[in-house]
Design a protein around this ligand. Structure first.
Ligand code: PLP
Length: 465
């Protein structure tokens, strides 16, 4: 299978190359040339399969024998062996017909582990086979960095440098990153904010020479390998509730649009999803876009769900590409307009296309707090603020004849202050992390200065050494 760029100018790549590339060299994002189909009969058979078996059935369709089946199945098994729940992503019914899908049983307590555990093994395997090393860099406000560090720690062919804004992540998020002391892990705290970190990463990727000498790679949410691994839990959850014989709605707390796009991919592959509901916090660019047809960035507001405090939803470009009949030139025109003026208008037929499958709504801080409190009171279930955004929106839009699954993307103990403020209860970390706050930390504080960071990475990466 070939993978094509949403902007139509980059070369088509095979599976492994598209994963290593991350971003296409025309600035676009990779998508499969066509969506593989999973038949109703096969979906019915998922009811008797484990998470890892379903993951293999999905992922192998895209890998298309570039990795032999035995190696791939082993890689998938290892990725989910350290989740602390036997179903990996269990469903809990919080009210009649409304379920939360717990995606936070991985090592860093957020859904990003589901994809990152697989992606790290995949990248390492590809590099080992090619006898290459890579340098991975990323900027994080918390969850992505910890998931990436945990997944890549100790891998021989990868060194990973994660930039976070000094003093601006929660203590738990910072500790999850800085207490990982393996030699290939480099935590850099930048004297600046998250945008500064992201701008440094962009500048490093734009430096062709640096990129080549360090064999630079990225694992942010535009990497196709991450979306791919997230398709699995839509199939698993829907088959747990009776798919293909029943339709399901999903509500997804959304920031960069990766998670909900994986749901769209599942639908394209044949899963009977009726609606995909985009739930946003006050940073409601997607809800506004579906309402008005105009995609227009705003100032980022800080909320209690920081992993969704985003104004440019990068993966939305993938949906645009589908909505524009996979016309790369049209995607390029809209993306240029976004770059020039901070906005674009969707053609009417593209907006209609999106509205067939998607609904969107935002929930403000008061609503999210009230949902955390009422869910604890009525269902004895403690939600984290991101998951509460989804549950709030799902309760507003639920159809009483159709089961609703809200994605729970983080464990409440990852955001203890917000949870305690809304509910009066202080969530407990799982046993395997109970000593987290006492662990020793390793990190380097550097100035908000590209050349300083470049020098640090050059000194420490093992590429070409
Ligand atoms: C990253 C993240 C999200 C948003 O996911 P996207 O794929 O960026 O839409 C939601 N909740 C949590 C806890 C996250 O870490």
């Amino acid at each position: 299978m070939k993978f094509i760029s949403t902007r139509g100018l980059a070369p088509d790549l095979g599976f492994c190359d598209s994963v290593l590339a991350g971003l296409a060299n025309d600035g676009g994002l990779y998508l499969p040339q066509q969506w593989p189909q999973i038949s109703s009969k096969e979906i019915a058979s998922f009811a008797n399969l484990s998470f890892s078996e379903i993951a293999f059935a999905i992922i192998s369709r895209f890998v298309d024998n570039e990795i032999d089946e035995k190696t791939l199945q082993k890689m998938i098994n290892a990725s989910y062996a350290n989740f602390d729940h036997p179903s990996v992503t269990p469903l809990k019914e919080i009210e009649s017909g409304h379920f939360v899908l717990e995606l936070f049983h991985g090592p860093t307590l957020a859904f990003k582990d589901v994809a990152m555990q697989f992606l790290a093994r995949l990248i390492d395997d590809i590099l080992v086979k090619r006898s290459r090393r890579a340098t991975i860099i990323g900027a994080t406000s918390g969850d992505t960095g910890s998931a990436a560090i945990e997944a890549f720690k100790g891998r021989d062919n990868v060194d990973i440098f994660i930039l976070h804004p000094l003093g601006r992540t929660s203590e738990i998020q910072r500790k999850q990153m800085t207490s990982v002391i393996e030699n290939n892990i480099f935590n850099i705290a930048i004297e600046g904010n998250f945008d500064d970190c992201q701008n440094i990463v962009k500048a490093l990727f734009a430096d062709e020479k640096f990129r080549q000498t360090t064999n630079l790679s990225g694992v942010n949410s535009i990497n196709w390998g991450r979306i791919l691994a997230q398709i699995t839990y839509y199939f698993k959850a829907a088959s747990d509730l009776g798919a293909p014989h029943k339709q399901i709605d999903f509500t997804v707390p959304t920031g960069n649009f990766g998670d909900v796009f994986a749901g769209f991919a599942a639908k394209k592959m044949g899963l009977p999803i009726r609606k995909l509901i985009i739930a946003t916090n006050e940073n409601d660019i997607l809800a506004r876009t579906l309402k008005t047809g105009r995609y227009e960035t705003n100032i980022v507001q800080a909320t209690s769900s920081p992993s969704m405090d985003i104004q440019i939803s990068s993966n939305f470009e993938r949906l645009l590409f589908e909505a524009l009949n996979r016309d790369g030139a049209k995607v390029r025109a809209l993306m240029n307009s976004l770059k020039q003026s901070g906005s674009f208008s969707l053609p009417k037929d593209a907006l209609d296309y999106i509205k067939q499958d998607f609904l969107a709504l935002s929930a403000n801080q008061n609503a999210v707090d009230a949902t955390m409190a009422s869910t604890l009171k009525k269902s004895n279930y403690l939600l984290d603020p991101h998951s509460a955004v989804a549950v709030n929106v799902a309760q507003t839009l639920k159809d009483k004849h159709i089961s609703m699954i809200s994605l729970a993307t983080a464990h409440p103990a990852k955001f203890p202050k917000a949870v305690e403020k809304a509910t009066g209860q202080s969530p407990q970390l799982p046993d395997f992390l109970s000593d987290l706050l006492q662990r020793e930390e390793k990190m380097q504080i550097l100035q908000n200065d590209v050349s300083e960071i470049k020098q640090y990475i050059n000194q420490h990466t093992r590429v070409n050494k």
